[in-house]
Ligand binder design. Sequence first.
Ligand code: N01
Length: 530
Amino acid sequence: MAQTDYDVVVVGAGFAGLYMLHKLRSNGFSVRVYEAGSDIGGTWFWNRYPGARCDVESLEYSYQFSEELQQEWEWSEKYATQGEILTYVNHVADRFDLRKDIQLNTQIKSTTYDEDENAWTVRTTEGAVIRSSYCVMATGCLSSMNIPKIPGLDNYKKPTYHTGNWPHEEPDFTGKRVGIIGTGSSGVQSIPLIAEQADHLYVFQRTPSYAIPAYNGPYDPDYVRDRKENYAHYRAEAKKSRSGFLLSVNDANAMDCDGQEREMTYEARWTRGGLTFLGAFNDLLIDKTANDTAAEFVRRKIRKVVEDPELAEKLSPDTVIGCKRMCVDTNYYQTYNRSNVTLRNVRDTPIEELTEDGIRQGGEEIKLDALVFATGFDAMTGALSKIDIRGRGGRSLKEKWAEGAKTYLGLAIFGFPNMFIVTGPGSPSVLANMMPAIEHHVEWIADCLIYMRNSESREIEAVDKAEENWVRHTNEIAGNSLFPTCNSWYLGANIPGKPRVFMPYLGFQRYLEVCEQVVEKGYEGFSLKP
Ligand code: N01
């Protein structure tokens, strides 16, 4: 075997990297985790903007690998704040003594595969060189910020913020004129809170989002008790759904019901709040007519909340509901009834430029004291593309993915042996509850490495044909849905020049079954070198 420093290098210390470390270390592998941030937590370390919280229920957005952990941890609210989740992350790290194998403030610059030695050479931006038999990229799906190249960006002199890299010292917007660009999940969460603080808030909206109320609040102790007593059952049920959540999808089709029945179903989902609204009917993401009924229901709700009918119209999306990631809100639409909030329509009147202290739009300059970019991420591939990853024959991953990301199962890449991605493109990842998606990948990878060790194999690689088939299969499924009909980040359409390819795999349960079968058939679709 090659001389290596570690069996496995893991890049990233978010939920994925932390569990990967724990799982591999408990199975006797030597592991080192490298993290660019000054602390652990990934998404929940960086995204600390006002109002940041998870829109998946806390009791489901948490690790299930340790019964003791899930029993001892108490979530205070249905949707946990960023701060509470970060406290949980730190608790996990301490509980499993993870920190000693994590190196913070360390950016990985490149990883190069050595075909003769079957090992990776990993280099940090500071020049350190590490050798490992395997690399696991736990770099996150939404971790590479997107700041649009608006003319004048360099001339703008006032403070700017990105929701995905929010300062640790909370900015004070009191008495300030604040601009925010972007009305996706981050914008929808932060706008109500920034509006409460700022003297005036200008929201620059290109595409309105569908937002479903969170109805967040403290957990009912009886509900928590039941969940905890029956965790195994609930977790198993969630895995049977297409998204990894409980209460996912009603089996009935919207178009098989009469108008009154549909209305009642939507109302019940609306009253419950949150992402499960989209599960009101089975055909919402397949049949445009069905989808229109749900979209119109939400638009009616917007019109009821927003007092100015013209403003309500501007805030009402006309796209397929659920095509872009739905938002979960607290007082989002209500915020537009405030006199200190102005909606600026960027779709009809694009931003012309940033001036020294403002935004010029439609010939008018709006003076600002601070500007917030809630403009999202180069999703799913961005963080990987920033690292110079070179596989067999020195071929770079960036080159390989120039026409769109290609993976086998979202876990492995042909030409890049002994490397795994946690929740990579081609896996359910962002279309599922991220926590079970992460845990599934971590456990699959760990089992695979144990198999490699037991079978005295030294190299594993996705087979070209298997990868091709998987990419085709992923696209076929997406093609049968309404997902490709809008410019979402699932398609890479939010980043100018990025190939338009649908990246996540639709169907959590189906995916789990496929991964299991692959293993049962002796890692079908992979080539293993003894
Ligand atoms: O980013 P986004 P996000 N000019 O890409 C606009 C997860 N998340 O950070 O739609 C003007 O959704 C862009 O407009 P358009 C969740 O999975 C979860 O909000 O491209 N506008 C859009 O409005 C989510 O989906 C949680 O026309 C520009 C916005 O910026 C994902 O992260 C919370 C522009 C970007 O929205 C990303 O959410 C937060 C330009 N040049 C995030 N460029 C929870 O769990 C972009 N925009 C609650």
